[in-house]
Design a protein around this ligand. Sequence first.
Ligand SMILES: C[S@@+](CC[C@H](N)C(=O)[O-])C[C@H]1O[C@@H](n2cnc3c(N)ncnc32)[C@H](O)[C@@H]1O
Length: 335
Amino acid sequence: MTTTSGSAGSFVHLPVLAEKAPENLVWNPDGLYVDATFGRGGHTRRILSRLSPAGRLVAFDRDPEAVAAASLIEDSRFRIVHAPFSAMPEELSRLGVGEGAVSGILMDIGVSSPQIDDASRGFSFRFDGPLDMRMDTSSGEDAAHWLARASEREIGRVISVYGEERFAKRIARAIVESRKESPVRTTRELADLVARTIPRNRTDREQHPATRTFQAIRIHVNGELDELRKALPEAGRLLRPSGRLAVISFHSLEDRIVKQFFSDTANPGKGIDPRLPLRADELPAPLFGHVERIRPDAVECEANPRARSATLRVGERTAAPWNDRLAAWIEEEEK
Ligand SMILES: C[S@@+](CC[C@H](N)C(=O)[O-])C[C@H]1O[C@@H](n2cnc3c(N)ncnc32)[C@H](O)[C@@H]1O
């Protein structure tokens, strides 16, 4: 996913695995598909081109600008919904789509290039803008307000866990000290504060010192990992037998959740004590069968540097009915 600024202030999003993701998702051209992360519709358009006149595609995005961009798609098989993808079950049920009815769900998670490249969205340390970082600008608390009220401990925890930043405590202390004078309000103020606070070593030369802090605050403000943890089991429940769940992740925190989800649901009996006298047919049946891991090839990574960190995992739903093990998975992960 690379971005180029288009004309007249518009922004362009180059989808990662633009062909491979739809190719692995669409197995039944008459089916109903979900693009959980519309962005600018790069994947949506390619999925539509693989569907028959009977096929349908419902897309989601929590960003009002992405939803507005979807109006450019004039296709009676297509619908856009402004909602977080964790709300897929309720929103789809409003459209008459229930459990076990969906042929494929694509999730290309994270931020879009237009979000990063528009200074007014406050996602990037490369441009100066208000410190917002919300994907859904119509609701929730922005990054500036959160940094102005959160405790030093909470800020430190977020930067450490979601940014994997070893100087998290130091950065949190500097934020809290500096807000005694005046709160951090812009991306430039935050980027400069982080750069002043942490030592730069040789390995960091290619990366801005605030990269990890910005990533962490963005993940927190948007509840990104919780969204993913909630949506994966819901997606499994919505899929019909042979349905595909395709998830593209861009960093290890996301990929770990996706990998664990597929591992748990493909082997739901793995936590069961092997000494228990159970027959094979008494063990919980796998909910996903074959799971494939696909990476962009060298040509794509050369053309689109963001593809280098992308991993696509595609799982195929078995015919086993959905079971409560998945509910247990959500509870465990949310602790
Ligand atoms: C990487 S971009 C997707 C790009 C898209 N595949 C394309 O080809 O244009 C991610 C998009 O997902 C949206 N998004 C991220 N998390 C979301 C969530 N939990 N619910 C709904 N939309 C989300 C973002 O607003 C962003 O527009």
